[in-house]
Write a protein that binds this ligand. Structure first.
Ligand code: OAD
Length: 247
């Protein structure tokens, strides 16, 4: 680690220790060290699958079995994934901040598994089955071969995630916008910051006076507007930031 990065981490730790309201946006990169594939770049999740074949409402209407096979495969891959030190550091940060809002684009449930409580899952939750007829939602019973059916009315269920071209869960964006507007510090971790409306939340935080701290392996379109971009693995940097709060 360069001195420069160590100094930046110390400064961010001190800012967090002073903050009354902290917001955090996470993306696929925070789960990469847990073994979950990211979307863009080599090894991305959509490799071998055209998005429009598996992640749109039209695809599900056309071939629900294909779409369910894909999501059961994703669920199966997640069964062996565990929260990494970055997820765990965020759960600890939540305990230490008077107000802490975690907004995630991830559907993998690893923040909740790490102990985070106040989580807004902007793109839904892969472990939810949602009825296509009555909109009843139920937790998935694990990975199953048959297409899940609604426990309430018996109709076909679908994965409870946001597909391309769909609206975000009701109220999720409004809640996230309120949280980032109130924030003194906003952390943006492991997201390429190219998918809207999630990407605009950090700019909203900046415009309402928050210090915006980005943590990523590489610069992103947000980097020009962020107060600081810490380049490196979230699983290494986040525990150091939380430790620096006590110094
Ligand atoms: P991306 O795959 O677009 O970006 C992942 C980011 O994480 C990249 O900028 C990487 O450089 C960074 N990264 C990778 N490993 C990292 C590590 N160990 N530590 C820190 N950073 C790391 O994922 P998202 O930005 O989350 O939407 O993608 C946003 C949305 O695009 C997803 O939620 C999904 C997709 O379309 C839906 O499914 C609706």
């Amino acid at each position: 680690m360069t001195d420069n990065l160590a100094q930046q981490i110390e400064r961010v730790g001190a800012q967090l220790a002073q903050a009354q309201v902290v917001a955090c946006m996470t993306g696929a990169g925070i789960s990469a060290e847990s073994g979950v594939a990211t979307f863009r770049g080599g090894g991305g999740l959509w490799e071998g699958h055209r998005v429009e074949d598996v992640a749109t409402p039209q695809a599900f209407a056309r071939d629900p079995e294909l779409v369910w096979r894909f999501y059961q495969m994703r669920r199966e891959g997640l069964l062996t994934c565990r929260p990494n030190p970055a997820h765990i550091a965020l759960a600890e940060l939540e305990q230490r901040c008077p107000r802490f809002d975690l907004i995630t684009q991830n559907v993998d449930g690893l923040h909740q598994a790490a102990g985070s409580r106040n989580v807004t899952a902007l793109h839904g939750d892969i472990w939810i089955d949602r009825c296509t007829a009555c909109t009843h939602e139920q937790r998935a019973v694990g990975v199953v071969a048959d297409m899940p059916r609604c426990a309430s009315c018996g109709a076909l269920a679908r994965p409870g995630i946001v597909w391309f071209g769909e609206m975000l869960p009701p109220g999720a964006l409004e809640h996230a916008a309120e949280a980032v507007s109130a924030a003194d510090v906003m952390l943006v971790i492991g997201t390429s910051s190219v998918v809207q409306p999630a990407a605009s939340l950090a700019l909203m935080a900046k415009s309402t006076g928050a210090v915006v701290v980005e943590i990523n392996l590489e610069p992103t379109p947000l980097s020009a507007s962020a107060d600081v971009t810490l380049l490196g693995q979230a699983g290494e940097i986040m525990p150091q930031i939380v430790a620096a709060m006590s110094q």
